[in-house]
Ligand binder design. Sequence first.
Ligand SMILES: [Zn+2]
Length: 135
Amino acid sequence: MPEKKEKKSVNPSPEREEDLLNRTAAGVMARMPDAKPNKTRPYNAFEQYFMGDNTGGLTYPNNTVAINMNRAQNPDDMIDLLVHEYTHTKQKPRGLWQAYKERNIPVSQRPEEKEAELASLNYKYRPRGRDIQLR
Ligand SMILES: [Zn+2]
């Protein structure tokens, strides 16, 4: 009988996940010198609960970037999320008046979201072999 091979863990430990995020973040930051994240970290329990898996990341007004690790399970997706959020760190924070005026506009239709989406699509350092799905 063949020896039973040890299965690789599908879900890495939180420490390993965070390490991977930190190293990927450093790589993206080196390629986006004008981005200004002050800190990059995984979603905490509150963000995970309140934001859920429909969201990939958050950029706070102080430019802390939080990433939903459930949506960053492979390097490509992690890079996409980081480029998206780091693009937000270059944008002017939304003021209350702006938020009020845009309250009925779906998030995906806001100009700063479109800019961040485009930045991810146009990021030229994405790993080779990945096709961009235009929808
Ligand atoms: Zn966004």
